[in-house]
Write a protein that binds this ligand. Structure first.
Ligand code: ATP
Length: 469
């Protein structure tokens, strides 16, 4: 079932009205495919095609650059997906990482209560109220059948480690990357010799057995997170939270999302997770309503405090300046790599009339574009032209993603590159063979400029550099 739209008539319009436009572009051009499609697919798992993997890698690289490379106070980590099962008991996930769901008595489909029409704005306690179905007259959105009272459903995937499938061998696929950071807090602090405030960043897969996945790659059962945990003195946490929130909003804007389609939403006290002191969602205006893109959370000392207590290991920080021992507080920024890539894709989508035809383009930030440049021959029948194209493309490839295409006439080749967001095209024509110059075309303005062959790479590298935040 799709996430319920919460559309206000005064609201800003989404970049794309119909999600299907993006789904079909993604399939047609090789951004995203349904997983295991030849076997009929598997619900809520998606595979990234040749262009999708470039886009998503670029999104992850852009995040890493901002969060790790350009900062002196944040270091990276890549922890395992499988962890000691006790981690998930201590973190509270075994007991409470669950959604309230109801089951249809006739078709036995299960639904998240807060995604049923009429139940979107209920508080967590109302969602678990045994009388909620009757009180609101909720019915199955598929066949209208009667629904059971809500009950809790744990979202963690389980598997077994080792040769015997028994309870003692039970392990979980991590539902978030954050715990890998907490259990490595001491290792990282000691080896990286970091003083508070400092952060640990990680990108990696997470798994959630979502009850109502949907809206394409918005809600998946296997996805990737980009999380950063910032360790601070307790009294500094509130201030650090206020600094991280605008910084994270700005990141999406820097990489091209229109500010009016971003907003923040603070969690109500009864909505806060058990660990959170304060939580604000960064939301984007998706075609199906305002939805969470990233969460910024003040987690207090809950995580390190709990892990210290349960493991018996000392996870305190010693501050030599004040001679104090204390458990650091944590400000977390938690984003989804898939959701971010999806957002950049939607927000970049443009349709315009050009000489009586609809031109579709993706105005992706050059750093995010799957291909930076396409090298195109005006006449593919002239071997010298084709050869020069390959020479230029091979040289460009050493520094950036570059492709050659000669499978259509030039107008069509440009349209194809526009549709996948390639910021620059280089065209070689008959004159190029005589004057040693080629045409450099810009995606967004469609302006063309004649430049010498030897200057092509420098011209594109300069443009890339100028666009880089
Ligand atoms: P939601 O309310 O949408 O279920 P959440 O509040 O459970 O999300 P968090 O646990 O805060 O999400 O996860 C942090 C980020 O991870 C989210 O902002 C989102 O970008 C991403 N994320 C979470 N669940 C999924 C999912 N099922 N598919 C894709 N991305 C996800």
């Amino acid at each position: 079932m799709p996430d319920s739209p919460s559309v206000d008539p005064q609201d800003i319009a989404p970049a794309v009205t119909n999600l299907e436009t993006i789904v079909s572009l993604s399939k047609r051009r090789g951004f995203v495919f349904p997983s295991s499609e030849i076997y009929g697919g598997i619900n809520a798992v998606w595979d990234y095609g040749p262009l999708g993997v470039e886009l998503k890698n670029n999104v992850k690289r852009a995040w890493w650059r901002t969060m790790v490379q350009l900062r002196d106070d944040i270091v990276g980590l890549d922890a395992g997906i499988l962890m000691a099962p006790q981690v998930w008991v201590t973190s509270g996930h075994v007991a409470s990482f669950s959604d309230p769901l109801v089951e249809c008595q006739t078709d036995h489909r299960r639904f998240r209560v807060d995604e049923l029409p009429g139940a979107e704005d209920l508080s967590p306690s109302e969602l678990m109220d045994p009388g909620v179905v009757q009180r609101l007259g909720l019915t199955c959105p598929v066949d209208g059948g009667p629904l059971s009272a809500p009950r809790r459903f744990n979202l963690m995937f389980k598997t077994y480690m080792g040769p015997v499938e028994e309870d003692a061998a039970l392990v979980y696929l991590r539902p978030e990357t954050a715990q890998g950071i907490y259990v490595n807090f001491r290792n990282v602090r000691e080896t990286a010799r970091k003083k508070i405030p400092f952060g640990i960043a990680q990108i990696g897969k997470a798994f959630r057995n979502e009850i109502s996945p949907g809206n394409f790659v918005f809600r998946m059962r296997e996805f990737e997170q980009m999380e950063m945990q910032y360790f601070v003195r307790p009294e500094a946490a509130a201030g650090q939270f206020e600094e991280w929130l605008p910084r994270r909003l700005e990141w999406y804007e820097t990489y091209g999302v229109i500010p009016a389609r971003l907003r923040t939403r603070e969690h109500r006290p009864d909505e806060l997770a058990h660990y959170a002191k304060k939580a604000v969602d960064l939301e984007y205006r998706f075609p199906f309503g305002w939805k969470e893109l990233e969460g910024v959370h003040n987690r207090g000392d809950w995580d390190l405090g709990r892990h210290q207590e349960a493991s018996g290991e000392n996870l305190e920080y010693f501050d030599p300046a004040t001679n104090e021992h204390f458990i650091p507080w944590i400000v977390e920024t938690s984003a989804g790599a898939d959701r971010a890539a999806f957002t950049f894709l939607i927000d970049a989508y443009r349709e315009e009339e050009v000489r009586g035809e609809t031109r579709v383009s993706l105005a992706l930030h050059p750093e995010l574009a799957p291909y930076k440049v396409a090298v195109l021959p005006l006449l593919k029948k002239r071997p010298e032209i084709v050869e020069l194209c390959h020479r230029i493309k091979d040289d460009l490839k050493r520094d950036m993603t570059a492709v050659y295409d000669d499978t259509a006439a030039i107008g069509k080749l440009y349209r194809r590159q526009d549709e996948i967001g390639t910021p620059w095209c280089v065209t070689v024509d008959v004159e190029s063979l005589e004057d040693g110059a080629v045409t450099l075309r810009e995606r967004d303005t469609m302006t063309q400029e004649r430049i010498p062959v030897e200057g092509v790479k420098r011209a594109i590298l300069d443009r890339l550099d100028a666009a880089r935040p």
